[in-house]
Design a protein around this ligand. Structure first.
Ligand SMILES: [Zn+2]
Ligand SMILES: [Zn+2]
Length: 249
């Protein structure tokens, strides 16, 4: 099982950067960043292979790339570069997912251009519930994530690829949230938000959970050295997520 970091940046990416998002095993996209589809092309990867999109939560920087992604696939259908065998499963943590999908459809004017419609299987995964099909098992607990005084429905995820029996854990956006440690206990890799949680606290979670490796993500790249130093003081197997690089699980 591998995860490829498409972007690692905070909410507003710098020049040439992309917001925290990654591709698991070529077919599972976790968040869309601002414009993941073009980033994937830059890296020589094929957005056509994506079968699942997991939106950890519905803050704009995590789904802004959705219209571009769906437009890309729609055009691909017309030109023959994309053949859809089954609907694209899009998982999100609340009813807001349906609202965003509807708005995306309107934004792309799909009522005027029905030839661009891509079949979608929307799945509302309430934080704390699981999603399972023949290929993947996605276990979740609620994150502790708020902005502007509002709590946000957000997923902390443990994703198992059933074909390989390997499991990757990632937090999406969350403040320091000790229950994460129990949830990811003994897992090989944890990708943890280091924007809303300090590097020290993320490392505390990794240490308490006794995970194999910790990857910090979603902080400004200017903070890389400082974040890594802070994390390593607590948990020596800490790393900074790097755009354009894969990790093995
Ligand atoms: Zn957020
Ligand atoms: Zn975020």
């Amino acid at each position: 099982m591998k995860a490829f970091f498409i972007g690692t940046a905070a909410c507003v990416p710098g020049a040439g950067e992309e917001v925290a998002s990654f591709l698991i095993n070529d077919n599972i996209l976790v968040d869309t960043g601002w414009c993941n589809v073009l980033k994937l092309k830059d890296y020589g990867l094929a957005p056509e292979k994506i079968e699942y999109l997991i939106l950890t939560h519905l803050h704009q920087d995590h789904y802004l790339g959705l219209p571009q992604f769906l437009f890309y696939l729609g055009i691909g259908q017309l030109t023959g570069s994309y053949k859809q065998n089954k609907p694209l499963t899009i998982i999100g943590p609340s009813e807001k997912l349906l609202y965003i999908l509807k708005k995306t459809e309107e934004f792309l004017q799909l009522d005027h251009y029905p030839e661009l419609i891509v079949k979608i299987n929307p799945y509302i995964l309430v934080p704390g519930k699981n999603y399972e099909d023949d290929k993947i098992l996605l276990e979740t607990i609620p994150a502790k994530h708020h902005s502007g005084g509002r709590m946000e429905d957000a997923l902390i995820c443990k994703l198992t690829d059933k074909t390989e029996s390997r499991t990757l854990c990632f937090t999406g956006d969350t403040s320091y949230h000790p229950p994460i440690a129990d949830f990811v206990r003994g897992m090989p890799v944890l990708i943890h938000d280091s924007c809303h949680t300090s590097a020290t606290d993320a490392a505390n979670i990794a240490k308490t959970a006794n995970v194999g490796k910790l990857y910090l993500i979603h902080h400004p790249s200017a903070d890389n050295d400082k974040k890594l130093r802070e994390a390593k003081e607590v948990f020596s197997n800490s790393f900074i997520s790097e755009s354009g690089k894969s990790i093995e699980v």
